[in-house]
Design a binder for this molecule. Structure first.
Ligand code: MEV
Length: 727
């Protein structure tokens, strides 16, 4: 991109202003280039409008990119896999993709799939058709292997990555693959790229051994020009000069794609180095360089592999790799469905006593929980322990939202709220979504962020560098503070150092801590306080705040759903809902109300389950405004059949620990919702948020909110005698 300066403008001052916006810029000095600056367009997200506001800038010239479709690839993408798995690429957690080089038999791939899933990998790779250098080598089991691969993935909730070698069988591969792999040797087989593009499915595009980055991006452009919606670029090593490793894994290209071009990139260290002892360290290096996923080969008995055995990991090495990447084992949402459903027709017409009885029996509630439903409230002695200066207790209605189906399981969703219509609206929207299979979602590992502030640090850049170098020492010191959490499999996973103000010597250390099923505030605060004096003894300065951040970017939940136009009341209403979603995307005034509608559902469940609603609210709104105009947390897009909704936000909640867990109402609500982990609960709560959002948009886009809301409000308030207002 070239900036043309106004006559007489000071090029150095303009360059400094542009650098202040985070752009890489250079004053051009060649013939005919007076008054011009060059700007690397990928170095920061700055719009042309903003550039034109910089003093001295007259014009911004953008040369056309040879790969415009690739440039527009999203930085975060969720693959909806045939098995039902939702795999988010580009989110805070790197994704592990693993499997054998070749699918050798049904037994082999089922065994591998089980171990791959247990390690926390999200996708299964495996070749059915193998390109081999020698015509006499094993070339794969073909079509039968595709079916085995898909069945093994489905049985373990994994996505499928498999290679298409020719146009002849591309349609068969596309039928089974969630990501069609185009191999290195075929990177510039343009006929195959066109055929793969025509399948309209996401593609993993390996870089050719002799391909430049531009060749590689242009191959991606070929795919997208023919219909591929998403390309994941795979660095698998280029031809080097040294046969000591199979190829040269070009990590500079990984960093370039991710950090400069902002493109989706995965690293394949197995082919990169060709020897299993180097796969784990190079995988880690790949993630450090910016890879959003790692693709590795694994075999039950590497010595007996029919192809590429030397580079295949054993199961133990795979588990080591996963834990080194900070990958948590999968969230237990594929467990056995509870014996009860979430549909109790005409529940609202029954008396309170009948509702308690139905729920108690059908949900198999314990005697204590049933007793609580009868009594309600909170014992004053317990209340006195929960807060200070207690004088009484204060009650709100406990209700249940029905019809929720989340990742194939039914959940009755407890809600505490004073606002009429929230419970009815969420139940109604959940019923509509249920007809299209229910909500789908996943949550990242429960990684909280703690911040330690240091002020008046001398030589701040050197201090920051020192902390980056001593990352492992910091992690180990941090873990010393929380031995019980470490014994349960949690602990500090990573650190970050941020220089916030050079003049003030203000530096902030981030600790990223896996807190398992806890909300984790106490754990990370303890850790931050423990680490602070140790780090101060290294870098000097004064210790400032030591506290968690309520913007836990490494603890996100993602949930989505489809709903037919017929269910929401017809195509016109579906159009209007999509337009309402767009309105929120374009306007922060609307986005804040849109997000309030989401939090109506989430806060109501959070209160019932004793969660910290203020932490959830703080995270939600900070995320909505992160690095851009304030935006809606959810999006609604029109599809051929109706609408697709998706919601993503930080989610700090817990199912263990915390004083509120002593509350008998919270324990009863936990029995009702039936989840196995905090990650599963996060998905259910986010589904309640998305349902509330859909219900609100449907009402607003149709007859208006007052109609249904006021009807319910009137019905409820008829029975309530309000005290006369004192003048
Ligand atoms: C009211 O509590 C919530 C709504 O305003 C949300 C929205 O406007 O989307 C109806």
């Amino acid at each position: 991109m070239v900036i043309i300066l106004k006559p007489g403008a000071d090029d150095k001052a303009v360059a400094a202003a542009l650098q202040g916006l985070g752009l890489w810029t250079q004053v051009l000095g060649g013939a005919g280039q007076a008054g011009m600056l060059s700007v690397e367009p990928h170095s920061a997200q700055v719009g042309v409008d903003q550039l034109l506001l910089v003093d001295g800038v007259a014009e911004v010239r953008q040369p056309p990119s040879p790969h415009p479709r690739v440039d527009a690839l999203p930085s975060i993408y969720t693959l909806a896999c045939r098995s039902g798995a939702q795999v988010t690429l580009g989110g805070p957690d790197p994704v592990l993709i693993a499997g054998p080089c070749a699918v050798e038999s049904k037994e082999q791939i089922f065994d591998v799939a089980q171990h791959v899933a247990a390690a926390g990998a999200r996708m299964l790779r495996g070749g059915a058709f193998k390109p081999r250098t020698s015509p006499y080598s094993f070339a794969g089991e073909g079509d039968a292997a595709l079916q085995w691969l898909a069945d093994a993935a489905a049985a373990n909730g994994l996505g499928v990555v498999t290679e298409a070698m020719s146009e002849l069988h591309i349609a068969d591969v596309a039928k089974f693959a969630d990501l069609i792999q185009i191999g290195s040797r075929n990177m510039q087989n343009f006929a195959l790229l066109a055929a793969a593009g025509a399948q309209g499915k996401p593609v993993l595009l390996k870089r050719g051994r002799g391909a430049t980055v531009l060749d590689w991006l242009m191959a991606g452009e070929h795919l997208m020009a023919h219909g591929t919606p998403y390309v994941l670029f795979c660095e698998r090593g280029i031809a080097g000069i040294d046969p000591a490793t199979r190829n040269t894994l070009d990590l500079s290209a990984v960093a370039l794609l991710r950090h400069v071009h902002g493109l989706p990139v995965v690293v394949d260290p197995s082919h990169g180095v060709g020897r299993r002892d180097l796969v784990v360290p190079m995988a880690r290096a790949g993630v450090a360089a910016g890879a959003m996923a790692v693709l590795v080969e694994v075999h039950p008995d590497p010595a007996k592999a029919r192809s590429d055995g030397a580079q295949a990991l054993s199961y133990d090495q795979l588990a080591e790799l996963a834990s080194g990447m900070g990958i948590a084992p999968p969230v237990a949402i594929r467990g056995a469905a509870p014996a009860y459903g979430s549909r109790f027709p005409e529940f609202y017409k029954r008396t309170v006593a009948e509702r308690r009885r139905t729920l108690g029996i059908q949900a198999g509630l314990s005697a204590t929980a049933r007793d609580y439903l009868r009594r309600g409230g909170l014992d004053i002695d317990l209340a006195d322990k929960m807060s200070e200066n207690v004088i009484s207790t204060f009650a709100l209605p406990l209700s249940v939202a029905l019809n929720f189906r989340v990742n194939g399981r039914d959940h009755v969703v407890p809600m505490v709220t004073e606002e009429p219509s929230i419970v009815a609206a969420a139940s109604n929207a959940a019923r509509m979504v249920r007809a299209s299979g229910g909500f789908r979602g996943d949550a990242t590992a429960s990684v909280m962020t703690a911040q330690v502030q240091f002020d008046h640090v001398q030589g701040i850049d050197a201090a920051a560098e020192q902390l980056r170098r001593r990352r492992l020492e910091i992690i180990s010191a941090a873990n010393d503070a929380i031995p019980r959490m470490v014994a349960r499999g949690g602990g500090c996973r990573d650190v970050d150092v941020r220089v916030l103000d050079r003049e003030m010597g203000l530096l902030v250390l981030h600790l990223y801590v896996d807190v398992g099923d806890a909300m984790g505030a106490n754990v990370v605060d303890t850790m931050a306080e423990h680490v602070a004096p140790i780090v101060k003894s290294w870098i000097g300065g004064d210790v400032g705040l030591r506290i968690l951040s309520n913007l836990p970017l490494r603890r996100l939940v993602h949930v989505e759903c489809d709903v037919t136009a017929e269910m929401v009341g017809g195509p016109e209403l579906a159009d209007a809902i999509a337009r309402a979603g767009r309105f929120a995307e374009m306007d922060p005034f609307r986005a804040s109300t849109h997000n309030k509608g989401i939090m109506n559902g989430i806060d109501a469940v959070a209160l019932a389950l004793g969660q910290d609603t203020r932490a959830l609210e703080a995270g939600a709104h900070a995320y909505a405004g992160l690095g851009r105009d304030y935006r809606p947390l959810s999006t609604w897009t029109r599809t051929e059949t109706g609408l697709h909704g998706a919601l993503e936000m930080p989610f700090a909640i817990g199912t263990v620990g915390g004083s509120t867990q002593a509350h008998p109402g919270v324990r009863t609500a936990m029995e009702i919702v039936r989840v196995d982990s905090s990650r599963q609960l996060a998905v259910v709560m986010a589904a309640a948020g998305l349902a509330s959002n859909l219900a609100a948009l449907r009402a607003l886009a149709g007859e208006g909110i007052q109609h249904g809301h006021m009807r319910l409000h009137a019905r409820k308030s008829q029975a309530i005698e309000l005290p006369a207002k004192k003048e």
